[in-house]
Design a protein around this ligand. Structure first.
Ligand code: TRP
Length: 464
Protein backbone atom coordinates (compact mmCIF):
# COMPACT_ATOMS: atom_id res chain seq x y z
CA UNK A 1 0.00 0.00 0.00
CA UNK A 2 2.56 2.54 1.00
CA UNK A 3 5.18 3.83 -1.34
CA UNK A 4 6.70 6.29 1.08
CA UNK A 5 9.78 4.44 2.03
CA UNK A 6 13.12 5.11 0.50
CA UNK A 7 14.30 1.75 1.79
CA UNK A 8 15.84 -0.39 -0.91
CA UNK A 9 13.36 -2.99 -2.12
CA UNK A 10 15.58 -6.00 -1.72
CA UNK A 11 16.23 -4.98 1.83
CA UNK A 12 12.56 -4.74 2.67
CA UNK A 13 12.00 -8.21 1.25
CA UNK A 14 14.70 -9.67 3.46
CA UNK A 15 13.56 -7.95 6.59
CA UNK A 16 12.40 -10.17 9.40
CA UNK A 17 8.87 -9.52 10.58
CA UNK A 18 5.68 -10.56 12.30
CA UNK A 19 3.82 -13.39 10.61
CA UNK A 20 0.33 -12.53 11.84
CA UNK A 21 -1.78 -9.70 13.21
CA UNK A 22 -2.45 -11.67 16.37
CA UNK A 23 1.26 -12.25 16.85
CA UNK A 24 1.85 -8.55 16.38
CA UNK A 25 -0.74 -7.57 18.96
CA UNK A 26 0.51 -10.16 21.44
CA UNK A 27 4.04 -8.84 21.01
CA UNK A 28 3.09 -5.16 21.23
CA UNK A 29 0.90 -5.94 24.23
CA UNK A 30 3.72 -8.09 25.60
CA UNK A 31 6.00 -5.07 25.43
CA UNK A 32 3.44 -2.78 26.99
CA UNK A 33 2.31 -5.22 29.67
CA UNK A 34 5.08 -5.63 32.14
CA UNK A 35 6.38 -4.71 35.56
CA UNK A 36 4.86 -1.33 34.73
CA UNK A 37 1.41 -2.82 35.13
CA UNK A 38 1.88 -5.18 38.04
CA UNK A 39 4.64 -3.60 40.08
CA UNK A 40 4.73 0.10 39.12
CA UNK A 41 1.05 0.91 38.52
CA UNK A 42 -0.22 -0.34 41.89
CA UNK A 43 2.49 1.36 43.91
CA UNK A 44 2.09 4.63 42.01
CA UNK A 45 -1.69 4.44 42.37
CA UNK A 46 -1.19 3.62 46.05
CA UNK A 47 1.05 6.63 46.55
CA UNK A 48 -1.14 8.85 44.37
CA UNK A 49 -4.22 8.33 46.51
CA UNK A 50 -5.90 5.62 44.43
CA UNK A 51 -8.90 6.41 42.25
CA UNK A 52 -7.98 10.04 41.46
CA UNK A 53 -4.68 8.83 40.06
CA UNK A 54 -6.41 5.98 38.21
CA UNK A 55 -8.91 8.34 36.59
CA UNK A 56 -6.25 10.75 35.33
CA UNK A 57 -4.15 7.80 34.19
CA UNK A 58 -6.98 6.35 32.12
CA UNK A 59 -7.72 9.73 30.55
CA UNK A 60 -4.07 10.11 29.57
CA UNK A 61 -3.96 6.60 28.13
CA UNK A 62 -6.99 7.22 25.90
CA UNK A 63 -6.42 10.83 24.90
CA UNK A 64 -2.63 10.82 24.59
CA UNK A 65 -1.36 7.26 24.74
CA UNK A 66 -3.44 5.77 21.94
CA UNK A 67 -2.64 8.57 19.46
CA UNK A 68 1.07 8.46 20.27
CA UNK A 69 1.10 4.71 19.73
CA UNK A 70 -0.58 5.21 16.36
CA UNK A 71 1.95 7.90 15.48
CA UNK A 72 4.79 5.52 16.29
CA UNK A 73 3.27 2.66 14.29
CA UNK A 74 2.85 4.97 11.30
CA UNK A 75 6.50 6.03 11.36
CA UNK A 76 7.74 2.45 11.56
CA UNK A 77 5.32 1.13 8.97
CA UNK A 78 6.25 3.88 6.54
CA UNK A 79 10.01 3.51 6.81
CA UNK A 80 10.49 -0.10 7.89
CA UNK A 81 13.49 1.10 9.80
CA UNK A 82 14.58 1.27 13.45
CA UNK A 83 13.93 4.14 15.84
CA UNK A 84 16.79 6.40 14.73
CA UNK A 85 16.95 5.66 11.02
CA UNK A 86 13.20 6.13 10.63
CA UNK A 87 13.64 9.82 11.37
CA UNK A 88 16.64 9.99 9.05
CA UNK A 89 14.56 8.52 6.24
CA UNK A 90 11.54 10.78 6.76
CA UNK A 91 13.47 13.97 7.52
CA UNK A 92 16.95 13.60 6.01
CA UNK A 93 19.62 16.02 7.11
CA UNK A 94 17.68 17.27 10.15
CA UNK A 95 18.18 16.79 13.86
CA UNK A 96 14.96 14.82 14.27
CA UNK A 97 16.91 11.58 14.49
CA UNK A 98 17.88 12.70 18.00
CA UNK A 99 14.37 11.78 19.05
CA UNK A 100 15.26 8.22 18.12
CA UNK A 101 18.62 8.45 19.85
CA UNK A 102 16.95 9.68 23.02
CA UNK A 103 14.61 6.70 22.87
CA UNK A 104 17.43 4.23 22.34
CA UNK A 105 19.37 5.68 25.28
CA UNK A 106 16.26 5.39 27.41
CA UNK A 107 16.18 1.75 26.32
CA UNK A 108 19.52 1.11 28.00
CA UNK A 109 18.51 2.97 31.17
CA UNK A 110 15.16 1.24 31.51
CA UNK A 111 16.75 -2.13 30.74
CA UNK A 112 19.06 -1.57 33.69
CA UNK A 113 16.60 -0.75 36.46
CA UNK A 114 13.91 -2.94 35.00
CA UNK A 115 16.01 -6.06 35.01
CA UNK A 116 16.94 -5.35 38.62
CA UNK A 117 13.25 -5.49 39.57
CA UNK A 118 12.73 -8.53 37.33
CA UNK A 119 15.59 -10.15 39.23
CA UNK A 120 13.76 -9.50 42.51
CA UNK A 121 10.68 -11.15 41.03
CA UNK A 122 12.74 -14.15 40.01
CA UNK A 123 14.22 -14.38 43.50
CA UNK A 124 10.76 -14.17 45.02
CA UNK A 125 9.49 -16.83 42.64
CA UNK A 126 12.21 -19.09 43.95
CA UNK A 127 11.30 -18.20 47.54
CA UNK A 128 7.62 -18.96 46.92
CA UNK A 129 8.36 -22.31 45.35
CA UNK A 130 10.65 -23.28 48.20
CA UNK A 131 7.93 -22.46 50.73
CA UNK A 132 9.23 -19.23 52.28
CA UNK A 133 5.68 -17.91 52.52
CA UNK A 134 4.08 -21.15 53.65
CA UNK A 135 3.58 -19.96 57.23
CA UNK A 136 2.48 -16.46 58.29
CA UNK A 137 5.17 -13.78 58.36
CA UNK A 138 4.67 -10.39 59.97
CA UNK A 139 4.94 -7.14 58.03
CA UNK A 140 8.20 -6.37 59.82
CA UNK A 141 9.69 -9.74 59.02
CA UNK A 142 8.61 -9.41 55.41
CA UNK A 143 10.18 -5.96 55.22
CA UNK A 144 13.39 -7.33 56.61
CA UNK A 145 13.36 -10.26 54.24
CA UNK A 146 13.00 -7.88 51.31
CA UNK A 147 15.60 -5.36 52.49
CA UNK A 148 18.15 -8.06 53.11
CA UNK A 149 17.32 -9.73 49.80
CA UNK A 150 17.74 -6.58 47.69
CA UNK A 151 20.73 -5.41 49.69
CA UNK A 152 22.58 -8.58 48.91
CA UNK A 153 24.42 -8.30 45.60
CA UNK A 154 25.22 -12.01 45.68
CA UNK A 155 21.63 -12.82 44.77
CA UNK A 156 20.29 -9.66 43.13
CA UNK A 157 23.02 -9.29 40.50
CA UNK A 158 22.99 -12.88 39.18
CA UNK A 159 19.18 -12.82 39.17
CA UNK A 160 19.17 -9.71 36.97
CA UNK A 161 21.84 -11.27 34.75
CA UNK A 162 19.75 -14.40 34.26
CA UNK A 163 16.73 -12.35 33.22
CA UNK A 164 18.76 -10.36 30.70
CA UNK A 165 20.33 -13.53 29.30
CA UNK A 166 16.93 -15.21 28.81
CA UNK A 167 15.49 -12.17 27.03
CA UNK A 168 18.60 -11.76 24.91
CA UNK A 169 18.27 -15.36 23.76
CA UNK A 170 14.72 -14.66 22.53
CA UNK A 171 15.74 -11.51 20.67
CA UNK A 172 18.69 -13.32 19.16
CA UNK A 173 16.29 -15.72 17.45
CA UNK A 174 14.67 -12.85 15.59
CA UNK A 175 11.27 -11.21 15.43
CA UNK A 176 9.08 -13.93 13.93
CA UNK A 177 10.83 -16.97 15.35
CA UNK A 178 11.85 -15.44 18.68
CA UNK A 179 9.67 -12.57 19.85
CA UNK A 180 6.40 -13.54 18.20
CA UNK A 181 6.66 -17.20 19.22
CA UNK A 182 7.63 -16.43 22.80
CA UNK A 183 4.69 -14.04 23.05
CA UNK A 184 2.33 -16.69 21.74
CA UNK A 185 3.36 -19.01 24.54
CA UNK A 186 3.89 -16.59 27.42
CA UNK A 187 0.99 -14.18 27.06
CA UNK A 188 -1.84 -16.75 27.37
CA UNK A 189 -0.20 -18.24 30.48
CA UNK A 190 0.08 -14.72 31.80
CA UNK A 191 -3.61 -13.91 31.26
CA UNK A 192 -4.73 -17.14 32.91
CA UNK A 193 -2.62 -16.52 36.01
CA UNK A 194 -3.82 -12.93 36.16
CA UNK A 195 -7.50 -13.80 35.96
CA UNK A 196 -7.17 -16.57 38.53
CA UNK A 197 -5.46 -14.26 41.00
CA UNK A 198 -8.00 -11.46 40.45
CA UNK A 199 -10.94 -13.79 41.07
CA UNK A 200 -9.27 -15.01 44.23
CA UNK A 201 -8.61 -11.46 45.52
CA UNK A 202 -12.15 -10.31 44.83
CA UNK A 203 -13.45 -12.97 47.20
CA UNK A 204 -11.41 -11.58 50.11
CA UNK A 205 -13.22 -9.61 52.83
CA UNK A 206 -11.32 -6.41 51.93
CA UNK A 207 -12.48 -6.50 48.28
CA UNK A 208 -15.01 -3.69 48.79
CA UNK A 209 -12.42 -1.35 50.28
CA UNK A 210 -9.99 -2.24 47.51
CA UNK A 211 -12.57 -1.46 44.84
CA UNK A 212 -13.50 1.84 46.47
CA UNK A 213 -9.84 2.81 46.73
CA UNK A 214 -9.29 2.13 43.03
CA UNK A 215 -12.53 3.43 41.54
CA UNK A 216 -14.08 6.07 43.80
CA UNK A 217 -12.06 9.18 43.06
CA UNK A 218 -11.52 12.03 45.49
CA UNK A 219 -10.36 14.71 43.09
CA UNK A 220 -9.28 17.00 45.90
CA UNK A 221 -6.34 14.64 46.33
CA UNK A 222 -4.89 15.53 42.93
CA UNK A 223 -1.62 17.43 42.92
CA UNK A 224 0.77 18.33 40.13
CA UNK A 225 3.26 15.59 41.00
CA UNK A 226 0.44 13.06 40.95
CA UNK A 227 -0.72 14.26 37.52
CA UNK A 228 2.87 14.05 36.30
CA UNK A 229 3.30 10.56 37.66
CA UNK A 230 0.01 9.51 36.02
CA UNK A 231 1.23 10.92 32.71
CA UNK A 232 4.62 9.27 33.04
CA UNK A 233 2.97 6.01 34.06
CA UNK A 234 0.64 6.12 31.04
CA UNK A 235 3.60 6.45 28.68
CA UNK A 236 5.76 3.99 30.58
CA UNK A 237 3.06 1.39 30.70
CA UNK A 238 2.33 1.59 26.98
CA UNK A 239 6.05 1.48 26.08
CA UNK A 240 5.60 4.65 24.03
CA UNK A 241 7.76 7.72 23.54
CA UNK A 242 10.94 5.72 22.94
CA UNK A 243 10.52 4.26 19.49
CA UNK A 244 9.67 0.72 20.58
CA UNK A 245 6.40 0.95 18.70
CA UNK A 246 8.21 2.54 15.74
CA UNK A 247 10.41 -0.54 15.70
CA UNK A 248 7.54 -3.02 16.06
CA UNK A 249 5.57 -1.11 13.39
CA UNK A 250 8.54 -1.50 11.09
CA UNK A 251 8.17 -5.27 11.25
CA UNK A 252 4.56 -5.22 10.12
CA UNK A 253 3.73 -6.54 6.75
CA UNK A 254 3.75 -3.60 4.35
CA UNK A 255 0.32 -4.49 3.01
CA UNK A 256 -1.11 -4.39 6.51
CA UNK A 257 -3.46 -1.42 6.85
CA UNK A 258 -6.02 -0.69 9.49
CA UNK A 259 -3.60 -0.38 12.37
CA UNK A 260 -6.13 1.30 14.63
CA UNK A 261 -7.63 -1.98 15.88
CA UNK A 262 -4.14 -3.30 16.56
CA UNK A 263 -3.19 -0.25 18.61
CA UNK A 264 -6.54 -0.21 20.36
CA UNK A 265 -6.23 -3.87 21.35
CA UNK A 266 -2.75 -3.31 22.72
CA UNK A 267 -3.85 -0.25 24.69
CA UNK A 268 -6.95 -1.99 26.01
CA UNK A 269 -5.00 -5.07 27.04
CA UNK A 270 -2.40 -2.95 28.79
CA UNK A 271 -4.88 -0.84 30.73
CA UNK A 272 -7.00 -3.88 31.52
CA UNK A 273 -4.02 -5.69 32.99
CA UNK A 274 -3.01 -2.69 35.11
CA UNK A 275 -6.52 -2.48 36.54
CA UNK A 276 -6.61 -6.22 37.14
CA UNK A 277 -3.28 -5.99 38.94
CA UNK A 278 -4.88 -3.32 41.12
CA UNK A 279 -7.79 -5.67 41.74
CA UNK A 280 -5.35 -8.35 42.83
CA UNK A 281 -3.29 -6.17 45.12
CA UNK A 282 -5.61 -3.69 46.83
CA UNK A 283 -8.27 -6.10 48.14
CA UNK A 284 -5.42 -8.11 49.65
CA UNK A 285 -3.89 -4.99 51.19
CA UNK A 286 -7.14 -3.83 52.75
CA UNK A 287 -7.95 -7.32 53.95
CA UNK A 288 -4.67 -7.36 55.82
CA UNK A 289 -5.29 -3.85 57.17
CA UNK A 290 -2.12 -2.50 55.56
CA UNK A 291 -1.40 0.85 53.88
CA UNK A 292 -1.73 1.20 50.08
CA UNK A 293 1.16 3.68 49.85
CA UNK A 294 3.86 1.05 50.10
CA UNK A 295 6.24 2.49 47.50
CA UNK A 296 8.35 0.32 45.17
CA UNK A 297 8.37 -2.44 47.77
CA UNK A 298 4.59 -2.83 47.62
CA UNK A 299 4.60 -6.03 45.57
CA UNK A 300 7.49 -7.48 47.52
CA UNK A 301 6.87 -6.50 51.13
CA UNK A 302 3.15 -6.11 51.52
CA UNK A 303 2.06 -9.00 49.36
CA UNK A 304 4.16 -11.81 50.87
CA UNK A 305 2.74 -10.96 54.29
CA UNK A 306 -0.70 -11.34 52.83
CA UNK A 307 0.07 -14.44 50.80
CA UNK A 308 1.53 -16.11 53.85
CA UNK A 309 -1.79 -15.91 55.68
CA UNK A 310 -3.96 -17.22 52.84
CA UNK A 311 -4.99 -20.78 52.28
CA UNK A 312 -2.81 -22.14 49.47
CA UNK A 313 -0.63 -19.09 50.02
CA UNK A 314 2.50 -20.66 48.56
CA UNK A 315 0.68 -21.55 45.38
CA UNK A 316 -0.76 -18.05 45.04
CA UNK A 317 2.61 -16.47 45.71
CA UNK A 318 4.19 -18.74 43.11
CA UNK A 319 1.53 -17.76 40.55
CA UNK A 320 1.98 -14.06 41.33
CA UNK A 321 5.75 -13.95 41.01
CA UNK A 322 5.65 -16.16 37.90
CA UNK A 323 3.28 -13.52 36.52
CA UNK A 324 5.78 -10.78 37.28
CA UNK A 325 8.65 -12.68 35.69
CA UNK A 326 6.71 -13.43 32.50
CA UNK A 327 5.50 -9.85 32.23
CA UNK A 328 9.05 -8.61 32.65
CA UNK A 329 10.51 -10.99 30.08
CA UNK A 330 8.27 -9.95 27.19
CA UNK A 331 8.97 -6.29 27.96
CA UNK A 332 12.72 -6.69 28.27
CA UNK A 333 12.66 -8.50 24.95
CA UNK A 334 11.23 -5.39 23.32
CA UNK A 335 13.74 -3.06 24.98
CA UNK A 336 16.54 -5.16 23.57
CA UNK A 337 14.82 -5.29 20.19
CA UNK A 338 14.51 -1.49 20.13
CA UNK A 339 18.27 -1.12 20.45
CA UNK A 340 19.15 -4.16 18.35
CA UNK A 341 17.01 -3.03 15.41
CA UNK A 342 18.82 0.30 15.48
CA UNK A 343 22.28 -1.28 15.49
CA UNK A 344 21.34 -3.77 12.77
CA UNK A 345 19.62 -1.25 10.48
CA UNK A 346 21.86 1.73 10.94
CA UNK A 347 25.24 0.23 11.65
CA UNK A 348 24.83 -3.00 9.71
CA UNK A 349 25.67 -5.14 12.75
CA UNK A 350 24.64 -8.74 12.92
CA UNK A 351 21.79 -9.48 15.30
CA UNK A 352 24.04 -11.64 17.45
CA UNK A 353 26.66 -8.95 17.92
CA UNK A 354 24.02 -6.33 18.70
CA UNK A 355 22.27 -8.52 21.24
CA UNK A 356 25.54 -9.37 22.99
CA UNK A 357 26.55 -5.73 23.30
CA UNK A 358 23.13 -4.65 24.59
CA UNK A 359 22.95 -7.45 27.12
CA UNK A 360 26.46 -6.57 28.30
CA UNK A 361 25.76 -2.85 28.68
CA UNK A 362 22.38 -3.54 30.27
CA UNK A 363 24.02 -5.84 32.76
CA UNK A 364 26.80 -3.36 33.64
CA UNK A 365 24.31 -0.52 34.11
CA UNK A 366 22.10 -2.90 36.05
CA UNK A 367 24.77 -3.47 38.71
CA UNK A 368 24.54 0.02 40.26
CA UNK A 369 20.75 -0.35 40.15
CA UNK A 370 20.95 -3.63 42.02
CA UNK A 371 23.28 -1.93 44.51
CA UNK A 372 20.92 1.01 45.14
CA UNK A 373 19.17 -0.66 48.04
CA UNK A 374 21.90 -0.98 50.58
CA UNK A 375 24.40 -3.00 48.58
CA UNK A 376 26.53 0.11 48.07
CA UNK A 377 26.22 3.22 50.21
CA UNK A 378 27.19 5.43 47.27
CA UNK A 379 24.54 4.17 44.83
CA UNK A 380 21.95 3.93 47.60
CA UNK A 381 22.30 7.58 48.56
CA UNK A 382 23.24 8.81 45.08
CA UNK A 383 23.19 12.60 45.62
CA UNK A 384 20.09 12.37 47.74
CA UNK A 385 17.75 11.04 45.02
CA UNK A 386 15.03 8.82 46.55
CA UNK A 387 15.93 5.17 45.89
CA UNK A 388 19.40 6.19 44.76
CA UNK A 389 20.80 5.47 41.32
CA UNK A 390 17.88 3.13 40.65
CA UNK A 391 15.40 5.89 41.52
CA UNK A 392 17.17 8.33 39.23
CA UNK A 393 16.85 6.02 36.21
CA UNK A 394 13.31 5.03 37.17
CA UNK A 395 12.00 8.57 37.35
CA UNK A 396 14.29 10.43 34.91
CA UNK A 397 13.96 7.87 32.12
CA UNK A 398 10.80 5.99 33.10
CA UNK A 399 8.79 9.18 33.50
CA UNK A 400 10.51 12.22 32.07
CA UNK A 401 12.31 10.96 28.97
CA UNK A 402 9.37 8.85 27.82
CA UNK A 403 7.06 11.81 28.09
CA UNK A 404 9.54 14.11 26.34
CA UNK A 405 9.96 11.50 23.61
CA UNK A 406 6.19 11.39 23.21
CA UNK A 407 6.13 15.18 22.85
CA UNK A 408 8.75 15.13 20.11
CA UNK A 409 7.10 12.25 18.28
CA UNK A 410 3.83 14.20 18.20
CA UNK A 411 5.57 17.34 17.01
CA UNK A 412 7.34 15.33 14.33
CA UNK A 413 4.30 13.51 13.00
CA UNK A 414 1.91 16.43 13.45
CA UNK A 415 4.04 19.24 12.14
CA UNK A 416 7.10 17.99 10.29
CA UNK A 417 6.24 14.78 8.48
CA UNK A 418 2.55 15.64 8.40
CA UNK A 419 -0.72 14.02 9.46
CA UNK A 420 -1.87 13.33 5.87
CA UNK A 421 1.14 11.07 5.30
CA UNK A 422 0.75 9.34 8.65
CA UNK A 423 -2.96 8.73 8.15
CA UNK A 424 -2.34 7.35 4.67
CA UNK A 425 0.09 4.81 6.07
CA UNK A 426 -2.36 3.90 8.82
CA UNK A 427 -5.12 3.45 6.27
CA UNK A 428 -7.37 6.07 7.86
CA UNK A 429 -9.28 8.60 5.76
CA UNK A 430 -8.41 12.17 6.73
CA UNK A 431 -11.99 13.31 6.81
CA UNK A 432 -13.26 10.39 8.93
CA UNK A 433 -13.89 10.87 12.61
CA UNK A 434 -10.89 8.82 13.69
CA UNK A 435 -8.60 10.77 11.35
CA UNK A 436 -9.84 14.11 12.68
CA UNK A 437 -9.51 12.98 16.28
CA UNK A 438 -6.02 11.60 15.78
CA UNK A 439 -4.88 14.76 14.01
CA UNK A 440 -6.24 16.94 16.75
CA UNK A 441 -4.64 14.88 19.47
CA UNK A 442 -1.26 14.50 17.83
CA UNK A 443 -0.98 18.11 16.66
CA UNK A 444 -2.50 19.97 19.60
CA UNK A 445 -3.68 18.01 22.57
CA UNK A 446 -0.60 15.88 23.29
CA UNK A 447 1.97 18.63 22.84
CA UNK A 448 -0.10 21.06 24.91
CA UNK A 449 -0.81 18.61 27.72
CA UNK A 450 2.77 17.38 27.95
CA UNK A 451 4.21 20.87 27.74
CA UNK A 452 1.85 22.07 30.48
CA UNK A 453 2.90 19.30 32.83
CA UNK A 454 6.59 19.86 32.09
CA UNK A 455 6.32 23.62 32.64
CA UNK A 456 4.63 23.02 35.99
CA UNK A 457 7.46 20.75 37.00
CA UNK A 458 10.09 23.29 36.08
CA UNK A 459 8.25 26.06 37.92
CA UNK A 460 7.55 24.10 41.06
CA UNK A 461 10.85 22.19 40.96
CA UNK A 462 8.91 19.15 42.12
CA UNK A 463 10.69 16.59 40.04
CA UNK A 464 10.52 13.58 42.30
N1 TRP B 1 5.70 -0.91 29.21
C1 TRP B 1 6.59 -1.63 30.05
C2 TRP B 1 5.84 -2.04 31.30
O1 TRP B 1 4.73 -1.62 31.52
C3 TRP B 1 7.77 -0.83 30.44
C4 TRP B 1 8.49 -0.14 29.35
C5 TRP B 1 8.70 1.17 29.25
C6 TRP B 1 9.07 -0.70 28.25
N2 TRP B 1 9.41 1.45 28.14
C7 TRP B 1 9.66 0.32 27.51
C8 TRP B 1 9.17 -1.98 27.82
C9 TRP B 1 10.32 0.06 26.36
C10 TRP B 1 9.81 -2.24 26.66
C11 TRP B 1 10.40 -1.22 25.94
O2 TRP B 1 6.35 -2.76 32.11
Amino acid sequence: MTDQSSAPAQDAARRDGFASRVGFVLSAAGSAIGLGNIWRFPYMAGEGGGAAFVLVYILFVLLLGFPVMMAEFSIGQATRRGAVQSFEVLAPGTRWSWVGRLGVSAGYAILAFYSAVAGWALGYLEKSVSGAFASPISADASGELFSSFIASPVTSIPAAALIIALSAAVVFKGVGRGIERASFVLMPIFFLLLLGLAVHSLMLPGAGDGLRFLFKPDLSKLTVPIVMSALGQAFFSLSIGMGVMVTYGSYLNRRETGLAPLALSSVAADTGVALLAGLIIFPAIFTAGMKPAGGPGLAFVTLPTIFSTLPMGSLIATAFYALLVIAALTSIVSMIELIAADLVDRKGWTRGRAVLLIAGVGFLLGIPCALSFGGSAFFTRFFGVPDGFFGLLNIAFGNLVMVLGGLFICLFVGWKWGMPQALKVLGIAEGKKLGVLLSFSIRWLCPAAIAAVLIFIVITGKFF
